[in-house]
Design a binder for this molecule. Structure first.
Ligand code: CAO
Length: 459
């Protein structure tokens, strides 16, 4: 085994950037191109990937450190001989590795680089997670003539483009030195979709058109208004979280055919039980809210309706055998969705304790990437605030999300008279490509039954 040092590569136009997230720890096994840390400049945040596969020996940076090109990120133990060949298809990017592989002084390797960038000798590029909000959205150049040069984009943007089936060669880059950003890829998908619809519409109008019909999205450009003409204004850049979550929400809203099924659950008895549980556990410091019961009820519903615990992979549906439930948490900087893992194996008190820990981490801006990954389905609870029903946006690649609004006392007809019952509004948004309306109605109705009589979970 040999020890090498992974360095920050050329990070474009930035002199120094701040480490905001450590994605690995000593002892972790990493793959080539796996992200190691996230850094942030005043314009964007970027992931720094590893050039080698190996085992992390020691981190050389901490959150808050300022780093620049050449700063050492970590020491990595790699297989003998691997230090000389950072990636199978790529030449060694920087200084020669230490021939005394097992010696204490590690070889230094200027690390993160896009494999393709190494092939065409372009400077290494870190993965761009969020482009500056000020970046202009490029107009789609339908078929750029092939230049023979590989497009300039980071590994994560390439991965993102691959997942969406976007040909990078046709995407105009708006990042530094023409680098293609995630926002560019998203803008491309939108322009292609709208272009396709317009083509369909034109084909439908043509005299020779057969059965094809379509509707063009003949959208107007975004209104450009000088608001200062009408009164005093203040401009504030969106937070990093808002930029990232906004791009994700936009993609999910545009790409997933959402339908929302609204229902109500009678939670009169469950609320009484919750209140008594909190009284009994007053000293434990753990407060149980309705959301913890809903998480457990959602797990029961996912077991009964496995299509909801699935993700689309092309034409294949991937059914998950685990039950990790995401919940939207409101933070001063924007919306994040921590994921409560293995909710099926936990009781209500443990779920409540973990939820409050995750919510605190979210508010303190300390959630790691792993805290927000692997969800089966998400819940967005606005019950503590208000509202009757709403349309939550699905958190791709999940296929459904449950929105909870405020529980209210309502007069309910019991067959003889109106009785006051506490009802909880349930808004279930689902991906209609995967879930039919009838199945969604059944899922929501079953959820309501479980919440009305929690003993059903045992059946
Ligand atoms: N109906 C009525 N009251 C409810 C309720 C409901 N559905 N859900 C919670 N409440 C009550 C709680 O019992 C608590 O009451 P007390 O203060 O009297 O004990 C109060 O509302 C506040 O609850 P909470 O918000 O602290 O706890 P929670 O477990 O319900 O939610 C969390 C935790 C992290 C999800 C929440 O704090 C939060 O961030 N919610 C916002 C989520 C959001 O922004 N969603 C929108 C996403 S789309 O933009």
């Amino acid at each position: 085994m040999a020890l090498i040092e992974i360095q920050v590569p050329d990070i474009g136009d930035f002199d120094a950037v701040t480490v905001i997230e450590l994605l690995v720890k000593p002892g972790d096994t990493v793959q080539a191109e796996q992200s190691l840390i996230t850094v942030e400049s005043d314009k964007a945040s970027m992931e720094i990937p590893s050039s080698h596969a190996g085992v992390v020996q020691a981190l050389r940076v901490q959150i808050g450190d300022q780093v620049k090109q050449g700063s050492v990120v970590l020491a990595l133990e790699v297989a003998d001989g691997a230090a000389a060949a950072p990636a199978a298809a790529a030449p060694a990017p920087a200084s020669a590795p230490d021939s005394g592989a097992a010696s204490a002084s590690p070889a230094t390797v200027s690390a993160p680089k896009a494999p393709e960038a190494a092939v065409n000798q372009a400077p290494a590029a870190p993965a761009l997670v969020a482009a500056s909000a000020a970046a202009p959205v490029p107009a789609h150049q339908p078929t750029a003539a092939p230049t023979g040069k590989l497009p300039h984009a980071s590994p994560s943007v390439r991965k993102f483009a691959r997942e969406l089936g976007v040909p990078l060669a046709e995407v105009a880059g708006t990042g530094p030195k023409g680098r293609i950003t995630q926002a560019d890829v998203q803008a491309f998908t939108q322009s292609v979709m709208s272009g396709r619809l317009q083509t369909q519409a034109q084909a439908a109008k043509a005299p020779a058109a057969s059965a094809g019909t379509g509707v063009g999205l003949d959208l107007l450009p975004w209104p450009k208004v000088d608001f200062a003409k009408f009164g005093a204004v203040e401009r504030k850049e969106l937070s990093r979280i808002k930029k990232i979550s906004g791009a994700n929400l936009h993609r999910n809203w545009v790409m997933i055919p959402h339908v929302t099924n609204n229902d109500e659950a009678d939670i009169t008895e469950l609320e009484a039980f919750r209140v008594s549980t909190n009284k009994e556990n007053e000293k434990s410091g753990v407060k149980v809210t309705m959301l913890a019961f809903v998480i457990k009820a959602v797990v029961a519903a996912l077991k009964k309706f496995p299509e909801f615990n699935a993700s689309l992979d092309g034409d294949t549906l991937v059914y998950k055998q685990y039950f990790h439930i995401g919940f939207a948490a409101d933070t001063p900087n924007g919306l994040v969705v921590p994921v409560l893992k293995n909710a099926d194996q936990k009781g209500i008190l443990q779920i409540s304790a973990e939820m409050s820990e995750l919510a605190k981490k979210a508010r303190d801006g300390k959630l790691g990437a792993a805290d927000m990954q692997g969800g089966s389905m998400s819940i967005s609870s606005l019950g503590g605030i208000g509202g009757t029903h709403f349309t939550p946006i699905i958190n791709a690649p999940e296929v459904a999300i449950l929105g909870l609004s405020k529980g209210q006392m309502k007069p309910v007809w019991d067959g003889k008279q109106f009785v006051p019952r506490l009802t909880l509004p349930l808004s279930l948004s689902y991906d209609h490509r995967v879930i039919d309306g009838a199945l969604a109605a059944r899922f929501n109705a079953y959820l309501g039954q479980v919440l009305a009589d929690y003993r059903r979970i045992l059946l």
